[in-house]
Design a protein around this ligand. Structure first.
Ligand SMILES: Nc1ncnc2c1ncn2[C@@H]1O[C@H](COP(=O)(O)OP(=O)(O)O)[C@@H](O)[C@H]1O
Ligand SMILES: [Mg+2]
Length: 246
């Protein structure tokens, strides 16, 4: 009886968070589109900087609500994964291109270099969700590196797994964060939510893979970090995301 009540209360809480996040999300889109429109009409104006601040904050709110929606889906076990056969090569190339476009569009960090030697890597899983994982890792690599840094993406086949590595030569992983890197709200970033890696871990594990990270060896005073995830070359079946709590 007690258990049933607790479960009901927990479901009501998840539903409330879900509805609240959806409701918060709805007004963000028109703000984003209209600010973007007004901004392009006001190039060179003194208000340009203010509009950039509005845009940046609206985007941050959008990321936060999207992340909260994903976390509620994961924790209520309703994040379903598609089963698609796809080439990781294309997902990696597209993600790198998206990040490059963002870099050229107003981001102050310049001269970032991306290295990737495209290689066919066929896997089975949810292409959109794997792309989300890559966006997250590459954006983190970008965010925690300084101007002129190099981000290298690599793939290799080991046993029956494809291992993807995203390496940067930035500041390295903060020792306080390291032990709880993949748990919720572990963040050392002013603009971050600390939900990204938690979502990545749940997505990758639901594909039967693993995700981990290490600090690189110190070279010329630069350390940097490498994040890896593995995906089975052929997942026999995909399950719903069952949350891992850490
Ligand atoms: N490439 C990286 N280099 C150094 N630290 C990182 C890197 N990626 C992630 N981290 C650390 O892990 C934390 C959690 O990352 P994440 O879950 O993506 O949240 P967010 O990016 O919103 O802060 C970051 O705040 C940062 O401290
Ligand atoms: Mg992040």
């Amino acid at each position: 009886m007690q258990y049933k009540k607790l479960k009901e209360a927990d479901e009501m809480k998840s539903e409330f968070i879900n509805i609240a996040a959806h409701e918060l999300r709805t007004p963000i889109q028109p703000i984003l589109s209209l600010v973007d429109l007004v901004r392009s009409d006001m190039q060179g104006s003194t208000h340009e900087e203010s509009l950039d601040i509005i845009l940046r904050n609206a985007k941050r709110l959008q990321r936060l609500t999207d992340n909260i929606l994903d976390v509620t889906k994961i924790e209520s076990r309703s994040l379903d994964l598609k089963q698609e056969h796809f080439n990781l090569k294309h997902v990696i190339t597209n993600t790198l291109n998206d990040t490059l476009v963002l870099t050229n569009k107003g981001n102050k960090k310049k001269n970032m270099r991306f290295y990737y030697q495209p290689q066919d890597s066929f896997v089975e899983g949810d292409e959109g969700r794997i792309s989300q994982v890559l966006h997250n890792l590459i954006n983190n690599a970008f965010k925690f590196s300084k101007e002129g840094s190099i981000i290298t993406v690599s793939t290799k086949l080991e046993d029956d797994n494809i291992i993807v590595g995203v390496k940067d030569n930035g500041q390295g992983i903060n020792p306080e964060i390291f032990p709880k890197l993949f748990s919720k709200f572990a963040s050392k970033s002013f603009s971050g939510t600390g939900l990204g890696l938690y979502i990545c871990k749940n997505i990758i594990e639901a594909h039967g893979g693993r995700i981990w990270a290490e600090n690189n060896n110190l070279i010329n005073g630069e350390r940097g970090a490498t994040f890896y995830f593995s995906l089975p070359v052929r997942t026999k079946y995909l399950r719903k995301v069952v949350p891992t709590y850490e």
